[in-house]
Every structure is written in structure tokens, then in C-alpha cells.
Write a protein that binds this ligand. Structure first.
Ligand code: GCU
Length: 683
């Protein structure tokens, strides 16, 4: 069928005849599912679908394990019982799986054992992925366990069907104030999520319409939960902190008021009657105009705990966003710094949050900019659960128009050693609760897919959703592994296709950085408009605090302890020291931490200003190169996707030039320093 992108990385395209034959000869032709839960039934159906698509054969369904062997799906203990000769082993982790192929005499059994029903489904997707990637099956014996229990996506969908910062069309959940009649895209999305091991999904904007908690919405929300359930994806709702007053009719929403606590408890009980497996609730409070505990002089811990206690008997988690800052800050005060906000707000509350509260922290201290250091809050919280929030939707990354693969950026944040207990405490381990032995934690991705056939407004952005999910399962995978997997699954195994697309994806973040905000300027995107185009000054002289403080004399924001905002001092001493000093601060973050003259010499041996000029030219040239590489794939990629990606890349190349000239001209005028290569300022 025409390649619309709807099946994303789950196309199950036919393998070439030789590869298909090899698998057909290795795999048992019969499938047995031992459990009858909806999730296990889904696993069996998916297996049949995938094998049929890739190998052209239809597995025979049997209710008992035949002597000659079968593909056996089920919970670990059940599989051990049903498949003769399964060796004893450690119990599987929850949601983990084991795949193994065993031959005994003439019998051949392939078992897919799960540590939970979800694990059975995840193991099935893993097996199908191996086949699509052409991996050998003969010696199959693999155990896999998720790195962290929380692997969620968030959606910023409004009840009217629009999506805040969504670039792939209208909401798959909502339309005109109600849940959509046709939820088939929700099921299809559940399938994509399950294939990555994602187990929770919030369905409404963090800038929440309080009506979501009214009785009218409960049966509607239950329908979405039902569409997700066969895929093991549990529902999450965003809530408004003012709800007890706004929809509950109370006189107050003070978290320490007994009536308010009772209201949250009753409301939560009601939610669980409608959606018994609700995963939890999510709150953005006291930020960007949202109501919060500050209205009553209460703390974030007071606010979090009142709702967490209502969720506790149901096993629900409460996610409290760390994205709290003052967006009316005085820019004339050089000590003011939005980057400080998350740490300043939450560090002093460490230890005061209940055990089912998770602080959801954006990966950097500002807001998904092209280059930020990892948030110091990750390294500070020792007695509080945390999750990292990564943004899949490309808000500040060219939205649906430019190609930017975010996995290498996320990897840098996840692998960054916060030195929270000496060396060896990367962000990924902190958020997973492995460093300070927290009961829960993990990963949240702001996904914002929409009704567009390809979900995200273009084909290449799907790699970001795929990559997010793969990292949430296993953050030790490399960017290269993820790019290669995604490309093969999405575009097939032709070596030239794989090599070209993989290489485009892998360089794209740094290229984007080159022409939109290098050296730690973060981003020079129009932050007051739609967060897409270039506007060097948009961030300055307003209260939003995304300042880079570039002027006639120099560029960058002084965040040192010695002379600046003190932000650098929020890191543990070893890290703080590295950022504090000009001698050791890495070039790529120089202007994030320091204000320097344009003639400042970088570690690279070049001045700041010449580096800005050069990188902008390099970036634009690289994007032009994307177009040329893509054109060599004509005939190797199906017509439709070939043409759609080509159009995207051609547009992207033009945009990179617009950025290059706007940024370079601005810095040329500000600095009065000529480009050594004579390119800038002659228009
Ligand atoms: C960004 C984004 C907003 C969003 C906010 C958040 O600022 O532009 O649309 O509401 O982040 O994460 O809450």
C-alpha cells in the first residue's frame, strides 16, 4: 500500500526472499498464547500480523503446545511450565521479557516470556524488530528489562482538538470539546507506544482546562483508556490545581484545607471507578500563569502531597512539574536568572514529598533550547523521585519543517555525570532512582502527535518518537544504534538508504545548533512569536528570561558564582568548578555561563565572533548537502515518501540560509567586527 507513514517503524515490509526463507525455516509455524488477557491476545495478533507481512506466511494458532514445537507466548512461569526443558533462571523484571529458541530432538520452541502481560507484548515486538532488522535467530537467548519503571508520554492537547506546540495536525483524542467519536488513531498510537515499551500517556494539556475533572468527561476519558488498554498503555490526566474551587464549587483550593483534601480524595476515587488502571495525574502549577500553592503561601510539597495522598490507595503516581519560574522577571537586574528557578524552587523541599510524587524536570534549566547544560536539579534531589522531561515535538527545532534528530542531544543530557555522589552518577541513573534508591522514576516525553497520516507532520521526525521510546527502555543504546534501527525499520535495509539517512539524522542536531544558537547562546528563535523563525533580539528586554545578553560589547550571560547569577553554583562542586572557570568551561556552553567580548579566544583557537560567522556558514552548507544526499536515493525510497522528504529538505535548506544571514548580520552590526572571510555585512 502507499507509504503514508502511518505505520511508522511498524511497517512489516516483506523481507527479500532469501532472508524470508531463512526465518521461515527457523521459526516454528505455530503460535500458542498461554494467557487470555487482552494484552497477551494483542501480542499474538501482532506476531501473526508481523510474520505475515515480513515473511509471507500465516502462523497457525493452537491452544496447546504441539510436540513438534511452537512460538509460545506468556508470563514467565507459564512458559516455563509449558515449554519442556526451559532452564531455571532468575525471575524476570516487571515489564521485562526473555526470548529464546530451543531445539530438543526434532522439536523447536521459541518462547516469548514476560515478567508481566506487558512484558509478553514487549518481547513480541522485540522479536519482530529482530526479524525486520535481519538479525540471526538460531542462537536466540535474550533477556531485557526496562531501565526505569516510568516510561511515559505527555500530550499538550486541548479539549477543542488543537494542540499546543503540536505540528502533526489536530488531536487524536479530542474534537470540539469532547472525546472524538472515532478513536482508531488512538489504538494505532497505542501500538506504536507499546512497540517501544511506553506504558503511560497523558491526554490533555498541562495548561489544563479544569472541566476535565467534571462528571461529564469521565465516561469519555474511559473510552480512551479502553482504546489504549490492549496495548498496555495506561492513562494519565493533567489537572488544574484550582479544581476544588473551579469545578468543585468549594470556596478555596488551599492544599492544607481539610475540605480540599477530601475533595481530591473523592474526585480521585471517582476517577478510579471510571478508569481502574489510571496511572496517575500530572500538574503544572505556579508557572506561566497557572494557579498554584503560592496563592495561599503553601509549598509545592503541600500541593503535591494533597493529591498524591488521594492517589495512594489506588497505586497512582503524581507528577509535579519542575518547570516553575517567574515569567515577569526584571531583565535589568543582572543577577536575575530563569535558569536558577527549578533548583531554587525544589531543592529546599527535598525530603518533603510523599513517595508517590515524582518531580518531572525538563532536561535543561531553561526550556528545550538547542544547547543547555543538564538541569542541576537532577543532581540535587536525594530524597525525592524524579523523571526527566524530554520534548519529542520539535518546538524550538524547526517544528515539522526541518530535520533535527534529537537523540544525540538527549544522550548528552542522560549521560552527563552530575557527580551527585562522587563520579559515576549520570542523569539517567539519577532519574531512574538508581543512585539514591528511590522507589520510582524515569522518563517522560512530550510527544504531541496529531491526526496527520505520519503523526508528526513529516516522516523524519518519527525518529524522535522512536528514539525517545528506545532510550526510555535502554538509555545505554547509542545514537547510532537508534538511528540505524529506525532507518531500517522505516525505510528498509538497502545499505545506501540506511547509510544516507542515518548520517543525516546523526549530524542534524549539531548542524541545527550551528545556525541557530551555537556556543551556548541557546536559541535565537523568536520566543515571543511561534518559536519557529529567527529573531536574535526576541529573547531580550522582556520578563521571560531566555536572555543571551548579547550587545555591542560582547555576548553571553554571566552565570558564575564569582560575578554572575550564581547558577553555576547549583551544581555539585566538581561540576560547578568546570563551568565557573573560563579556562575549563566547554566552548559549546561558553555563552551560557559567561559574558565575554567578541574577541574572546575559544579553546578552538578562534575568536567568538569569527566562530559565530563560520558556524552559520557551515550549518547552511550542511543543510544544502542534505538535499544532495537525499536526491541520490531516488528510486531507492518509495515515491511518495521520497518526494515528501525532498520537499521538506529543500525548504529546510532555504531556512538555514535565512537564519545564517539574519544572525550573522545582527552580530556584525552589534560587534562592528568584520568577517575574516569577507562574507558578512555586504548585502
Ligand atoms: C514551553 C512551551 C509552552 C508550554 C511550556 C510548558 O514554554 O512553549 O507551550 O506550555 O513549555 O512546558 O509548560
Amino acid at each position: 500500500h502507499a507509504e503514508t507513514g502511518a505505520d511508522a517503524w511498524l511497517r512489516y515490509a516483506a523481507l527479500d526472499a532469501a532472508a524470508a526463507r531463512r526465518y521461515v525455516n527457523t521459526l516454528p509455524p505455530v503460535v500458542v498464547v498461554l494467557g487470555n488477557s487482552p494484552v497477551e491476545q494483542t501480542a499474538q495478533r501482532e506476531l501473526i500480523r508481523g510474520i505475515r507481512g515480513m515473511l509471507g506466511v500465516t502462523l497457525r494458532v493452537s491452544s496447546t503446545v504441539p510436540a513438534e514445537g511452537a512460538i509460545v507466548l506468556g508470563l514467565d512461569p507459564a512458559v516455563r511450565k509449558a515449554v519442556p526443558g526451559t532452564p531455571a533462571g532468575n525471575p524476570l523484571a516487571e515489564d521485562g521479557y526473555a526470548l529464546s529458541l530451543r531445539t530438543a530432538g526434532t522439536a523447536r520452541h521459541l518462547s516469548i516470556a514476560g515478567g508481566s502481560e506487558r512484558g509478553v507484548l514487549y518481547g513480541t515486538f522485540a522479536l519482530l524488530r529482530k526479524i525486520a532488522l535481519g538479525e540471526a535467530m538460531e542462537a536466540l537467548n535474550e533477556h531485557s528489562a526496562p531501565y526505569a519503571p516510568v516510561r511515559w508520554v505527555n500530550h499538550w492537547d486541548n479539549l477543542d482538538g488543537t494542540i499546543e506546540r503540536g505540528y502533526g495536525g489536530r488531536s487524536i483524542f479530542w474534537d470540539k470539546g469532547v472525546v472524538r467519536e472515532d478513536l482508531s488513531r488512538v489504538s494505532e498510537y497505542g501500538r506504536l507506544l507499546a512497540s517501544l515499551g511506553i506504558n503511560g500517556c497523558s491526554i490533555n494539556n498541562v495548561n489544563t482546562d479544569p472541566r476535565i475533572l467534571t462528571a461529564e468527561y469521565l465516561p469519555q476519558i474511559a473510552r480512551i483508556a479502553e482504546a489504549f488498554r490492549p496495548w498496555g498503555v495506561r492513562l494519565v490526566l493533567s489537572v488544574d490545581f484550582g479544581s476544588p474551587q473551579r469545578v468543585g464549587g468549594l470556596a478555596t483550593f488551599d492544599p492544607l484545607d481539610a475540605g480540599v483534601a477530601a475533595w481530591w480524595k473523592a474526585k480521585t476515587d471517582e476517577l478510579y471507578r471510571a478508569v481502574p488502571d489510571l496511572a496517575g495525574l500530572l500538574l503544572k502549577a505556579d508557572s506561566e500563569g497557572r494557579i498554584g500553592p503560592s496563592a495561599y503561601g503553601r509549598t509545592h510539597a503541600d500541593a503535591a502531597n494533597v493529591i498524591a495522598r488521594a492517589l495512594k490507595p489506588h497505586g497512582g503516581l503524581f507528577f509535579y512539574r519542575g518547570f516553575v519560574y517567574d515569567h515577569h522577571m526584571d531583565w535589568r537586574n543582572l543577577k536575575n536568572d530563569r535558569a536558577r528557578a527549578a533548583y531554587d524552587n525544589f531543592n529546599r523541599l527535598d525530603g518533603q514529598f510523599d513517595d508517590n510524587v515524582v518531580i518531572q524536570i525538563k532536561h535543561g534549566p531553561i526550556d528545550f533550547q538547542v544547547r543547555e547544560p543538564a538541569s542541576p536539579l537532577f543532581g540535587a534531589l536525594e530524597h525525592t523521585n524524579q523523571a526527566i522531561e524530554l520534548q519529542v515535538t520539535q518546538e524550538y527545532f524547526g517544528q515539522a519543517r526541518q530535520l533535527v534528530f534529537l537523540v544525540p542531544m538527549w544522550k548528552e543530557a542522560l549521560d552527563f555525570d552530575m557527580q551527585a555522589r562522587g563520579a559515576g552518577t549520570p542523569v539517567k541513573a539519577l532519574v531512574a532512582g538508581k543512585v539514591f534508591q528511590r522507589p520510582t522514576g524515569g522518563f517522560v516525553g512530550v510527544s504531541n502527535v496529531g491526526l496527520d497520516a505520519n503523526w508528526l507532520g513529516n516522516h523524519m521526525s518519527q525518529a524522535n518518537l522512536y528514539g525517545y521510546g528506545r532510550l526510555a527502555w535502554n538509555p545505554d543504546l547509542t545514537s547510532q544504534q537508534i538511528a540505524a534501527e529506525w532507518t531500517r525499520l522505516t525505510f528498509g535495509n538497502d545499505p545506501q538508504v540506511v547509510q544516507t539517512i542515518e548520517s543525516l539524522q546523526l549530524k542534524s542536531w549539531r548542524v541545527f545548533e550551528d545556525y541557530t544558537g551555537p556556543l551556548g547562546l541557546q536559541t535565537l528563535t523568536d520566543i515571543v512569536g511561534n518559536h519557529y523563525g529567527v529573531s536574535v533580539e526576541a529573547s531580550e528586554r522582556n520578563g521571560w528570561g531566555q536572555w543571551h545578553r548579547s550587545d555591542e560589547k560582547g555576548a553571553g550571560m554571566d552565570r558564575t558564582v564569582a560575578t554572575g547569577t550564581g547558577y553555576a553554583g547549583q551544581y555539585r562542586p566538581a561540576v560547578a568548578k568546570r563551568y565557573e572557570s573560563l579556562a575549563t568551561c566547554p566552548d559549546e556552553l561558553l555563552l551560557f555561563f559567561h559574558h565575554v567580548p567578541y574577541t574572546h579566544m575559544l579553546h578552538s583557537g578562534k575568536t567568538v565572533i569569527q566562530t559565530l560567522y563560520d558556524l552559520h556558514y557551515d550549518g547552511a552548507v550542511s543543510v544544502e548537502g542534505y538535499v544532495n544526499s537525499w536526491k541520490l536515493l531516488k528510486g531507492r525510497v518509495d515515491e511518495r515518501r521520497y518526494a515528501e522528504v525532498l520537499a521538506q529538505l529543500e525548504y529546510h535548506a532555504g531556512q538555514a540560509q535565512v537564519w545564517r544571514d539574519a544572525v550573522n548580520n545582527w552580530f556584525h552590526r552589534a560587534s562592528g567586527i568584520a568577517d575574516a572571510k569577507g562574507r558578512v555585512g555586504h548585502q
